[in-house]
Design a protein around this ligand. Structure first.
Ligand code: AMP
Length: 440
């Protein structure tokens, strides 16, 4: 199967050749032809499968070949995404794939001022990538109308619902013309997603691509039981012990991400955090620095990291287990891609055992436990059994442990040989990041 066989036009084929995309990924092979024909589509595919090009290429082609020139304050194709980062990323993909085509694209999201976005929409845009809240604001302020709308894409629809965008989405759907093409992409087909699909899609083509995730045998997953208070310390120990050039760490809360970054920076390890409360430019800057190899450890919350094009990392560490079990699969999907081997380590405290059981039920296996000498927990993590059951409740400790009084406590300074402290600058650039299309 080639891109030409899928029916893409010359300018797009030339762009793909320049990007060195030789063959369509499975989601592209399945989605491009039906989208070109104008069909609705429901696809189970997550980041890393090539789904963005899967919808961007055929939409760019349709917008180029069909329909009127875009009028002022109008939009012809609307792509809704859950986060600002994903908005930037998807917009960048449209720009890359649409280079040389007579189309305008733009991205709008919250956390930055409204005015420049209103100005930019005046001329009208062929493709608008937007987060639901900001789009609704702009619509309510008459910065744009949907009379010319031909296509709607819901990207990471499940995540939009998880993030509580259901109300905004309903209001937006009500404002859109009924005659349009609708494409829905979601990592999971939960009941609310099926319901949304039932309401929005007409006779959709169905595409399901097996996610490169927990099932991937090349990611070695295990958990290290540890007391909550010693997680940061354990992470530093693992970082030194494994010598990862770069690692992505997931923490549950904003506070947790900032605390770990503070600790890392104190020890001279270049690190950055991304979370929902960080201003948008700072989040993008952190991500860019990580991709450029200037930052060794990127600490993220699920909300901020979902959908980010961060791939081929040697290691992912879960400082905390995610509250939503599916997020575990998304997190570890960042490593072990394209045949590379990766590790995914979860630092698990006794009070996370319910989350652990839910994750094990989802991935269909028990995560092996490997205690780290010197970090054996005082609060034991109860055994789990497949099926999401916790066998034993965590035991209450008899007496409050004294911080730092754990057996065999290792001091941070002793993890590195003298004169061998982790280097801040000399971080290997990850070649994998070259995979993302560059601006032409
Ligand atoms: P996505 O799942 O859309 O986030 O895409 C994941 C990555 O795969 C991006 O960095 C794309 O540039 C890249 N990509 C998408 N399609 C192809 C292809 N057919 N061949 C090679 N790389 C691709």
């Amino acid at each position: 199967m080639t891109f030409a066989q899928l029916g893409l036009i010359e300018p797009l084929l030339r762009t793909l050749e320049r990007l060195d995309y030789r063959t369509p990924t499975p989601v592209q092979a399945a989605a491009i032809a039906p989208i070109l024909k104008g069909r609705d589509l429901m696809a189970a595919a997550q980041t890393g499968t090539g789904k963005t090009a899967g919808f961007a290429l055929p939409l760019l082609q349709r917008l180029t070949l069909e329909g009127p020139r875009v009028a002022s304050n109008s939009v012809r194709a609307l792509v809704l995404v859950p986060t600002r980062e994903l908005a930037e990323q998807v917009h960048e993909s449209f720009r890359t794939y649409g280079e040389g085509l007579p189309l305008r694209s733009y991205a709008v999201y919250g956390g930055v001022s409204l005015n420049p976005q209103m100005m930019a929409l005046r001329k009208g845009v062929d493709v608008l990538v937007a987060t639901p809240g900001r789009l609704l604001d702009l619509y309510q302020q008459n910065a744009l109308g949907f009379a010319q709308l031909q296509a709607l894409v819901l990207d990471e629809a499940d995540r939009m619902l998880d993030l509580g965008f259901a109300r905004e989405l309903d209001e937006l759907f009500a404002a859109l013309p009924r005659r349009r093409q609708t494409l829905l992409f979601s990592a999971t087909f939960s009941e609310p997603i099926r319901q949304m699909a039932g309401e929005l899609l007409r006779d959709p083509a169905l595409v399901e691509v097996s996610p490169r995730n927990a099932a991937a045998g090349n990611v070695r997953q295990w958990l290290v039981p540890v007391d909550k208070k010693r997680k940061a310390e354990l992470f530093m120990h693992l970082l030194a012990a494994h010598g990862w050039p770069q690692v992505l760490v997931f923490a549950r809360t904003r506070k947790g991400t900032d605390a770990l970054v503070g600790e890392l920076q104190q020890h001279g390890i270049a690190s950055e955090s991304i979370h929902g409360d960080k201003p948008q430019p700072a989040r993008l800057r952190a991500l860019e620095r990580f991709k450029a190899g200037e930052v060794r450890v990127l600490v993220a919350t699920d909300v901020a990291a979902r959908g980010l094009d961060i791939e081929d990392l040697p290691g992912v560490v879960n400082l905390d287990l995610p509250v939503v079990a599916e997020d575990y699969v998304h997190r570890i999907g960042r490593t072990g891609r394209a045949g590379a081997s990766g590790v995914a380590i979860s630092l698990v405290a006794a009070d996370e055992v319910e989350q652990l059981a839910a994750i094990e039920a989802l991935i269909g296996k028990t995560l092996p436990r490997e205690e780290e000498p010197g970090f054996e927990p005082d609060h034991r993590v109860p055994e789990t059994a497949l099926g999401g059951q916790v066998l034993k409740k965590p035991k209450k400790p008899k007496q409050k442990p004294v911080p730092g009084a754990g057996k065999g406590r290792v001091h941070l300074g002793s993890w590195f040989e003298e004169g061998e402290k982790p280097k801040v600058k000399a971080v290997r650039k990850m070649p994998s990041f070259g995979g993302k299309p560059k601006k032409g």
